[in-house]
Ligand binder design. Structure first.
Ligand code: 5AD
Ligand code: SF4
Length: 536
């Protein structure tokens, strides 16, 4: 199978008949070379994108495993190629900090760059553009991004023409500071302006925006089995600790048409599982439609096997949403529902607009509707004013609700938030409580996973031999013949759903063998980070 990258020459397409005929010829050439069309990057006929074919009437470049030269190199004389000579072959590298929203934003920015002819690389040494997508939810996340940005001065100096781009939430909060402290930055784009990234990147690439570029702004092939689709931006809440409303602004919602179009795009690129994203994802509304309507519509898209969403707010876990989760088979019975604290006094101080009793009653209702549902959460320890008794209440909530996993965060004061005006607890106390809470959450997580040993689960393979259950447990599967080899086996393919007998469990992962026989397990000790809402 060959990998092709063909840059289209949109300017040359004036005559659709000519385009069709040329395309047929092109297909013949590619078929002769055994090309796999599903792996071609981009297709355009008469300025209309078609993902199954590549418009390359005057094709200008072909990258093939054997480095085979193209029959015709370059566009016709006098006709500029869409990918200008300055950016052709330019590679970009993206480093993402923070939550899934940021991962989705990085993917979107990457698609814009690819649509302009750039190629993504996993090796910073190979790149001409280094994009750091930052997070500011806690000081630690911001510090990590800033020290990386500091190191990029040397990276940039190593090769002329290199560019450094900083985007995201910390960029929104500290744009001027960043530009002052790191004068070598070429572009700083705050989280609120991410949707203008495409135009801003034009300046960076020193190219004029044209209609052709707009055509090219559709997404390119991602080839991920599990894909994110952003359905809304911003947050209308004002939780006392949280910087998000300041850096991402008030809620705005994408239309159902746009979202469903993106779901279809991701599916046509190979996605089988779609995670809908938003800061309070279940507060989604558009016209008459509410979140439950969107869930149902997304589940109905051809080819969608699984739908997840992250992060919901307890307030919007309505009966309709619960019913949809319980009734629609594609919607996964797994929920990451941040609780933040088990103490009513703390929830009030945090301005969370629910009580412990509300949260518990909600979980009980959901578990009645979905007995196999998995539940995970976010907890903040050491919020200003948290007493020993408040902290004990959090531990007792963890015991009571038996979360399947959870992310425990040390409170971090964010300038400009109401909580930043309150007196902080001593750092040592915050560390101690963090450790104690982590140990409890981990112990329960392991107990719950061990209960699954001996059961059979449907696992959707995402990469190599790693997949997920409907309930979002990460599972490693192996084939017997390869059980003693360390390298990942190839007995399953991404996108395939297999029945797996669970044979072992760790705190964050499961291991298993394919039920129909010749597969067994191997020990893995990797952390599961996918449901982590923030990676710092
Ligand atoms: N300090 C610590 N944790 C925080 N979170 C948000 N803001 C802060 C903060 N200032 C946590 C919350 C949220 C998750 C994404 O990050 O638990 O759910
Ligand atoms: Fe931005 Fe908040 Fe996501 Fe961090 S967690 S990247 S601050 S939205």
């Amino acid at each position: 199978m060959h990998d092709f990258t063909l840059h289209a020459d949109a300017a040359a397409v004036d005559d659709p008949d000519f385009a069709e005929a040329s395309l047929d010829r092109l297909k013949q050439v590619l078929f002769q070379h055994d090309a796999d069309f599903s792996r071609l990057e981009r297709v355009q006929i008469d300025r209309v994108f078609d993902r199954k074919l590549v418009h390359a009437i005057k094709y200008n470049r072909q990258v093939m495993s054997g480095d085979r030269p193209l029959p015709h190199q370059g566009g016709p004389k006098g006709v500029p190629t869409t990918a200008g000579p300055d950016i052709e072959n330019m590679k970009f590298y993206v480093r993402t900090y923070g939550c899934q929203m940021n991962v989705a934003d990085s993917n979107e920015m990457g698609r814009h760059l690819k649509a302009k002819g750039l190629v993504e690389t996993q090796d910073p040494d190979d790149a001409s553009i280094f994009l750091v997508n930052t997070c500011t939810v806690r000081q630690h996340a911001e510090d990590r991004a800033f020290s990386e940005i500091g190191r990029l001065k040397r990276w940039k100096a190593k090769r002329p023409g290199r560019k450094v781009v900083v985007t995201g939430c910390a960029a929104e909060r500290t744009k001027e500071y960043l530009e002052d402290r790191f004068p070598f930055l070429d572009l700083v784009v705050g989280a609120k302006s991410i949707e203008s990234f495409e135009q801003l990147a034009e300046r960076l690439l020193d190219r004029r925006a044209t209609d052709e570029d707009l055509d090219y702004s559709v997404s390119t092939i991602d080839q991920k089995v599990a894909a994110f689709v952003t359905i809304m931006r911003g947050c209308n809440y004002s939780c006392a600790y949280c910087i998000v409303p300041y850096v991402r602004g008030r809620e705005s919602y994408h239309s159902m048409d746009q979202i469903l179009g993106e779901v279809r795009d991701r599916v046509s690129e190979g996605a089988r599982e779609i995670t809908l994203l938003g800061q309070t994802v279940n507060s989604y509304r558009h016209g008459e439609n509410r979140f439950a309507d969107l869930l149902r519509a997304a589940a109905d898209v051809d080819g969608v096997q699984r739908i997840r969403f992250i992060s919901p707010h307890p307030y919007y876990m309505t009966d309709r949403v619960i019913e949809t989760m319980a009734m629609v088979p594609q919607v996964c019975e797994s929920l990451h529902l941040p609780v933040q604290s088990g103490s009513n006094a703390m929830l009030k101080r945090m301005m969370r607009n629910y009580t412990r009793e509300h949260y518990v009653a909600l979980v009980e209702k959901m578990r009645r509707a979905m007995p196999d549902m998995t539940l995970s959460t976010d907890i903040i320890v050491g919020f200003p004013g948290e007493t020993e008794e408040d902290f004990r209440q959090t531990l007792s909530l963890v015991e009571e609700l038996q979360f399947d996993w959870g992310f425990i965060f040390k409170y971090s004061a964010r300038e400009g938030t109401p909580a930043a005006q309150m007196d902080s607890l001593p750092q040592t106390l915050i560390e101690e409580r963090h450790q104690q809470c982590l140990e409890l959450v981990d112990r329960i997580a392991l107990e719950k996973r061990l209960k699954l040993v001996g059961t059979t689960q449907d696992v959707l393979i995402e990469e190599g031999s790693v997949g997920r259950t409907h309930t979002n447990y990460k599972v490693y599967v192996r084939r017997e013949a390869q059980a003693r080899q360390v390298a990942a086996p190839r007995n399953v393919v991404p996108g395939e759903q297999v029945r797996v007998l669970i044979t072992n469990a760790q705190r964050a992962t499961l291991e298993g063998e394919i039920h129909n026989g010749n597969v067994t397990f191997e020990n893995f000790w990797e952390e599961d980070s996918r449901v982590r809402t923030c990676s710092d």
